[in-house]
Design a protein around this ligand. Sequence first.
Ligand code: ZN
Length: 84
Amino acid sequence: MSANRLTCEEAFRRLDDYLDRELGPGETAEVRRHLEVCAMCAGEFGIEAEVLDAVREKLRRIAAPPDLMAAISAKLAAARQSEG
Ligand SMILES: [Zn+2]
């Protein structure tokens, strides 16, 4: 057990920062190292990372076209007006 530098709990605490890529190279390496030796965490983290990446990709696409943002704003404004 002591072979792992990070415990599962420690790895989980770093998960958010890891996914946000706010960890330094050393900490990222430690998290990756734990994932390589811990199948349970690797499975959980893999799923979370994929989900977050998919969400971020969608947000990027949505945020990209200004026309779409304008259309959404117009629809929101119209909806507010119709609700009176
Ligand atoms: Zn683990």
